[in-house]
Design a protein around this ligand. Structure first.
Ligand SMILES: [Zn+2]
Length: 204
């Protein structure tokens, strides 16, 4: 499942001819394309003040140097304690926290929706995929979910789980597949909309 939908708006004075605009786009095409692709991600530095979503709630990051690496989330935000102000270390400690949440959420949702949909995976795995939310191996009946699902509110996580479970029956994105998803989640398009709206925050 990949959600990539972007558009660009070119602003020009009213009198500008269509030809001028077209030649501008042609000349800067690579640059525009690059910008559009990067729109999906906010650049992370793991500095105090950066925003992250946890289960759909927005939190501000507070970084402190401490003897033990840890994450404590409270009303004040995400308190990230690290032994040194190192990019890789901060990313790793934060990702480990999201992984713990994702493990609980995904397990609970797969159990619930497997029963409802009568579709049972043989294995459920978590990964750190940066673009995909989930995937399904139709032959081994294995479902994979990214730990970034922990950033999403429950109802959007539910959609991702329903989507991947439905792939156990329909490996493609055929009409039958979408009908199956819709049967269990009539407003699934709202979940896709949520992901698009918050895409810039949904990354590490
Ligand atoms: Zn899919």
């Amino acid at each position: 499942m990949v959600f990539l939908q972007t558009h660009a708006e070119i602003r020009a004075p009213k009198r500008t001819s269509k030809r001028t605009i077209e030649s501008f786009i042609k000349k800067h095409y690579d640059f525009i394309l690059e910008k559009l692709e990067n729109l999906e991600f906010v650049e992370r530095h793991y500095k105090t003040g950066e925003e992250f979503l946890i289960q759909g709630e927005k939190y501000t990051l507070n970084v402190s140097i401490a003897p033990v690496n840890d994450v404590i989330v409270d009303e004040g935000g995400i308190n990230l304690y690290v032994q040194s102000d190192d990019y890789d270390l901060k990313k790793e400690v934060l990702e480990a926290y999201f992984k713990r949440i994702a493990q609980l959420d995904i397990k609970r949702l797969v159990l619930r929706w497997s029963k409802i949909m009568a579709l049972f995976p043989s294995k459920v795995k978590l990964n750190r995929a940066e673009k995909r939310w989930g995937s399904c191996n139709y032959h081994t009946k294995t479902l994979n979910f990214t730990i970034r699902t922990a950033m999403l509110p429950d109802w959007v996580q539910e959609y991702i789980v329903i989507h991947e479970l439905a792939h156990l029956l329909h490996p493609d994105h055929s009409k039958n597949f979408w009908n199956h998803v819709e049967q269990f989640m009539p407003d699934y398009k709202e979940a896709e909309k949520y992901i698009k709206t918050y895409s810039s925050l949904l990354s590490f």
